[in-house]
Structures are given as structure tokens and as C-alpha cells.
Design a protein. Structure first.
Length: 284
């Protein structure tokens, strides 16, 4: 009995040790799965953070380059405008000097002509010439004033045109900056939406795979259970057929035995009748 109890304890301890090792392996596998998932999440987060920092660096470099390009374009435009203003001032000074020189030369020529006519002609003719010269000088001065007014109006129109063009360029620049900001924001939102959709798609795929796996395991178990039930039903049916066949064989054996007994009894009855018949005949 002590040896039997010791063997029972050894078997129980062996089974408990196997169960404990199986449970420990399951816990270790769960810890390994959790560590693997944590490592994957950490790697994905590091890659996403590196990608975000890279995109931020690219965006900052793009902003710095765009600001430098704008400053360079504005500096070139300002230098060209200064050169244009200097050229216009030089042209305007040269035109004023030419007009003054032309006026002086015209007056000098007219004065010389008038003096010659005054010396050669009479007073009436000189008066007529003086009146004509005075009219020409007035007409020339009026033409000069009209020319100066025309140039002044043209200069004002050019300044207005340049101011309108500059204002239009500034508005176009603001619209372009706003549009670029909107495009960058839309790209960022689109990228975040795509990342969220990809994460949601991966979660759905994982959930569908786990659901399919559970359903497959359930179906496999049900199929195995159904096969076991079919085997058990086949065994039960075979056992019932064997029992029925055994009962049929017993009945057939019993019927054969009864038939043999009946034939034996019938033969015995015939033998008795024959014996009595022979006795009756002998007596008769």
C-alpha cells in the first residue's frame, strides 16, 4: 500500500509538472507576443516621428527658400525701378535743356531776323513783323506749356499704372501665399486621413482575421464533433443491426429446433399409430 501511494504521488506530481510546464509555456508565449507587439508599435512610432521631423525640416527649408526668393525678386525689382527712375530723370533733364536751348536759339534767330527787317523796312512793316513774332512766341510758349502738361500727365499715368501693377502683384502674392498654405494644410490633412484609414483598415483586417480564425476553429470543432457523432451513430446502428441479426439468428435457431421437435413428434405419433394399426389388424 505504501508503494502504491508513492506511485500515485509520483504520477500525480508528474502530471502536475507537465500541466505547470504547459501553463508556463503559455505565459511565456503571451509575454513574447506582448513584447513583439510593443516592439512593433515602438518601431512604427519611431518611423512616424522621423517621417514627421523630416517633413517639418523640408517644409522649413521650403519656407526659407521661398522667403529668400521673394526677397531677391523684390530687391531686383527695386533696383530695376531705381535705374528706371534715374534714366527717366536724366531724359527729363536732357529734354528740358534741349527745349530751353531750342527756345533760346529760336528767340535769337527771331530777334536777328526782326532786327534786320527793322533796319531794312519801315515802321509799319516792323510792327507787323513784331506782331507776328509776338504771336509766334506766344504760340511757341503755349506749345511748350502744352508739351510740359502732356509730359506731366503721361508721367502721372505711368506712375498710376505702376502703382496699380504693384498693388496687383502684391495681391497676387498674398493670394499665392494663402493658396500654398491651403494646399500644404490639405496635403497634411489628406496624409493624416490616409494614415488613419490605413490604421483602421489594418485593425479591421486583424479583427476579421481573428473572427475568421475563431469561426474556422469553431467549424473545425463542430465538423470533428459531427464526424465523431457520425462515427458513434454508425457504431450504434451497427450494434443495433448486430443485435437484430443476433435476435434473428436466435429466432431462426429456435424455429428450426421447434420444427425439428414437431417433425420428431409427428414421426413418433406416426410410429405409435402404425403400431396401434398393426396391433388392431393382428387382432382383427
Amino acid at each position: 500500500r505504501c508503494f502504491y501511494d508513492q506511485k500515485i504521488l509520483q504520477k500525480t506530481f508528474g502530471e502536475w509538472k507537465e500541466w505547470w510546464s504547459v501553463c508556463r509555456e503559455g505565459k511565456l508565449s503571451l509575454r513574447a507576443d506582448n513584447h513583439y507587439r510593443h516592439l512593433l508599435c515602438n518601431l512604427v512610432f519611431k518611423a512616424w516621428r522621423a517621417y514627421v521631423s523630416q517633413q517639418q525640416g523640408k517644409r522649413n527649408k521650403y519656407y526659407v527658400a521661398e522667403a529668400h526668393a521673394k526677397k531677391q525678386n523684390l530687391l531686383r525689382t527695386w533696383q530695376c525701378w531705381l535705374v528706371y527712375v534715374d534714366v527717366q530723370r536724366t531724359k527729363r533733364g536732357m529734354q528740358s535743356a534741349a527745349l530751353a536751348f531750342r527756345e533760346r536759339s529760336c528767340l535769337r534767330i527771331s530777334w536777328a531776323v526782326w532786327r534786320r527787317h527793322y533796319q531794312s523796312c519801315t515802321g509799319h512793316k516792323m510792327n507787323v513783323l513784331a506782331l507776328q513774332h509776338w504771336a509766334q512766341s506766344l504760340q511757341f510758349r503755349a506749345w511748350l506749356q502744352w508739351q510740359e502738361l502732356y509730359l506731366y500727365n503721361q508721367n502721372n499715368k505711368q506712375k498710376e499704372t505702376r502703382a496699380v501693377t504693384h498693388n496687383w502683384h502684391r495681391q497676387l502674392k498674398r493670394c499665392m501665399e494663402a493658396w500654398l498654405g491651403y494646399v500644404n494644410l490639405h496635403k497634411t490633412k489628406k496624409l493624416q486621413t490616409e494614415l488613419a484609414q490605413e490604421h483602421h483598415r489594418s485593425r479591421i483586417v486583424r479583427w476579421c482575421f481573428s473572427s475568421w480564425r475563431l469561426s474556422w476553429e469553431c467549424r473545425r470543432r463542430m465538423h470533428a464533433h459531427q464526424k465523431d457523432m457520425e462515427k458513434l451513430a454508425a457504431r450504434i446502428a451497427l450494434r443495433r443491426v448486430f443485435v437484430h441479426w443476433k435476435h434473428y439468428v436466435v429466432l431462426c435457431v429456435e424455429e428450426t429446433r421447434q420444427r425439428e421437435l414437431a417433425e420428431k413428434h409427428y414421426r413418433h405419433h406416426l410410429l405409435v399409430l402404425q403400431k396401434f394399426w398393426n396391433c388392431w389388424k393382428s387382432r382383427l
